[in-house]
Design a protein around this ligand. Structure first.
Ligand code: C5P
Length: 246
């Protein structure tokens, strides 16, 4: 990494997967390990940034010298990002945010032989009704007009006025049609950069220490990076964010 090129910058990194509760002991979750996000946080710290790490539950030690904000759910992650966004220079969303959460959370542990109100359908079947989670980057894209002005988006509270131009980086974990999905996501979420990895490869994606990524830029260009340790991918991402910072 480039020593000190993030000095004086405030950056937010999200990491890990969110856990969406079903009842007091169960949740809907995903395979995100948090490794990519924790490496991004450590790399930004080493380059001099003040780092806010908003993390879902992971089995990783908290990185020294970063401000860690643990969350469980997508809504908690959205609220934590909003808390810090006003004076941030960059937001890197490496978290695997659950697209859906259970419509209702049972107050008591759901029993194997419960009634219909808890999802039992009889004959060994059980249904969990899900509702969409807010899209954290999507809401930001909606709220940010071209001039950096922010207006109210919708229920769930407003996004605060930003003090600085916020560089936004998203991730895409895809199992097919990687390039098409990545380009669509970059456009729809109006990102500065989108990092796409093919999670169907054994050397890339959830839980691995290496990643094989494509980096898509807002101008439509794409870079195909070789397989690298996640530390190297983290450095490559910050190398591309730094020139975008005002
Ligand atoms: O749409 P998709 O979930 O594939 O987009 C992935 C990117 O969007 C990631 O950067 C992820 O952190 C972010 N995301 C988000 N809010 C969601 C879902 C994903 O900000 N509800």
């Amino acid at each position: 990494g480039q020593h000190g090129d993030l000095t004086g910058r405030r950056v937010i990194v999200t990491a890990g997967g969110t856990q969406e509760p079903i009842d007091p002991v169960r949740y809907v979750g995903n395979r995100s390990s948090g490794k990519m996000g924790y490496n991004l946080a450590a790399e930004a710290r080493d380059r001099g940034a003040h780092v806010i790490l908003v993390s879902g539950p992971v089995a990783l030690p908290p990185p020294f010298g970063v401000e860690l904000h643990p969350v469980d759910t997508a809504i908690q992650m959205r609220d934590a990002v909003r808390d810090f966004i006003t004076d941030a220079d960059a937001l890197i969303m490496s978290a695997a945010v659950a697209d859906f959460r259970p419509t209702r959370v049972a107050e008591q542990k759901i029993k194997k032989h419960g009634d219909k109100s808890t999802g039992q359908n009889g004959e060994g079947r059980f249904t969990i009704d899900l509702v969409s989670n807010p899209d954290i980057l999507g809401e930001l894209a909606m709220a940010l007009k071209g001039d950096g002005d922010v207006r109210d988006v919708h229920a769930g509270g407003s996004i605060p006025q930003l003090k600085r131009r916020l560089i936004r980086v998203g991730f895409a974990a895809e199992t097919e049609h990687l390039v098409e999905h990545a380009q669509e996501k970059l456009q729809r979420k109006q990102l500065d950069l989108l990092v796409a990895n093919d999670v169907s490869r054994s050397d890339s994606g959830f839980g691995t220490d290496t990643n094989k990524v494509l980096i898509f830029h807002a101008d439509g260009t794409m870079e195909d990076l070789p397989v690298m340790p996640k530390t190297g991918v983290a450095a490559a991402i910050w190398d591309r964010v730094v020139p975008l910072l005002g």
